[in-house]
Design a binder for this molecule. Sequence first.
Ligand SMILES: CCCCCC/C=C/C(=O)SCCNC(=O)CCNC(=O)[C@H](O)C(C)(C)COP(=O)(O)OP(=O)(O)OC[C@H]1O[C@@H](n2cnc3c(N)ncnc32)[C@H](O)[C@@H]1OP(=O)(O)O
Length: 363
Amino acid sequence: MSKTAMGASQKDFESAVNQMKLLKKDPGNEVKLKLYAHYKQATEGPCNTPKPAVFDLINKAKWDAWNALGNLPKETARQNYVDLVSGLSSSSDSSSQVKPEADRKQAGYETLVMTSEDGITKIMLNRPTKMNALTTQMYQEIMLALEAASKDDSTITVLTGNGSYFSSGNDLTNFVISPDELEERARRGAILLRDFVGCFIDFPKPLVAVVNGPAVGISVTILRLFDLVYASDRATFHTPFSHLGQTPEACSSYTFPSLMGPAKAAEMLIFGKKLTAAEACARGLVTEVFPDSTFQKEVWTRLKAYSKLPRNALRISKQMIRNHEKEKLHAINAEESRILQERWQSDECMNAIMNFLSRKAKL
Ligand SMILES: CCCCCC/C=C/C(=O)SCCNC(=O)CCNC(=O)[C@H](O)C(C)(C)COP(=O)(O)OP(=O)(O)OC[C@H]1O[C@@H](n2cnc3c(N)ncnc32)[C@H](O)[C@@H]1OP(=O)(O)O
């Protein structure tokens, strides 16, 4: 249906709303937000509800999309909605039975590639030229992707990295800010960190890390919140928190000592000892190590077999294992985030970031 001088009628609009309910293919978050915003604008006019809290991510994204339409007339919003649905229906009509890779990819993420196939939802960190360092946008997109994966019909959710690294941890340029912004940014950073880690603590389905290469910082500490951790023998595990004037996060101040004993945990978390994959496996952080040459093949064969197991049994067993310490983990997460909020404002931390940046400047 194309735009006409008269715009779409109420009947066209209602029929588009019904068509949306029948759509088989998920159009992705970006399109869903546009549809939501235009639907609200067409039926209620300009955004008239209070802005949701900053950590209420999904409702805030919806509110932002609706609010961004400003005073767009109801008729135009109705027409835009009809056009959007018409575009979606024709692309899904023309889709073939066997969907190409590009079709299985879910739209709406800029820093991740999210795909769902064979009962497995894969979330791939996608900043290979920056060693998958985690920007603020990336933390937010990972939370949205986990939220979507928790509700989709897949059995297993996988996190992995594109390129040679799993992830080099927090993007240190997240800290490049003027001194007058520091306090507020540290406050917001602590909320983001707490919410990010909280999503992993609460994730309801089996969660698997496919550690394709070296992992640094938070991409190591978060691993203890996964149910399986498969690593290439090229992967290393490094938490240089003290070198950065920082302290452990992702509940590792509790999970690492309980996993490997306080002496081994101290070696990693206080003194920044880098472990090989075999060492990480011996300490219980990694489930199994594979030769890099056969890593992808072996891991995905294994995961495809696991994804055929009864979905609800897997989910319930995971929850039985994890529920014992959930409340404790949330409390530890909140405390670690509070301590980091202070650390980020310290001279030790600022100097360490400057050292990293000046090392770059010399390259
Ligand atoms: C909401 C906030 C939550 C915060 C939670 C707290 C989290 C804490 C942590 O995660 S601490 C760990 C932080 N990470 C690091 O300290 C790693 C820093 N990076 C490095 O040491 C190295 O880049 C390397 C060892 C990962 C890789 O070295 P090398 O192989 O020599 O490659 P390059 O250094 O040339 O890297 C290529 C390119 O990527 C950029 N980059 C890599 N990692 C990061 C990073 N963590 N932050 C920012 N940028 C990073 C690097 O600068 C290069 O960029 P360029 O090509 O120069 O533009």
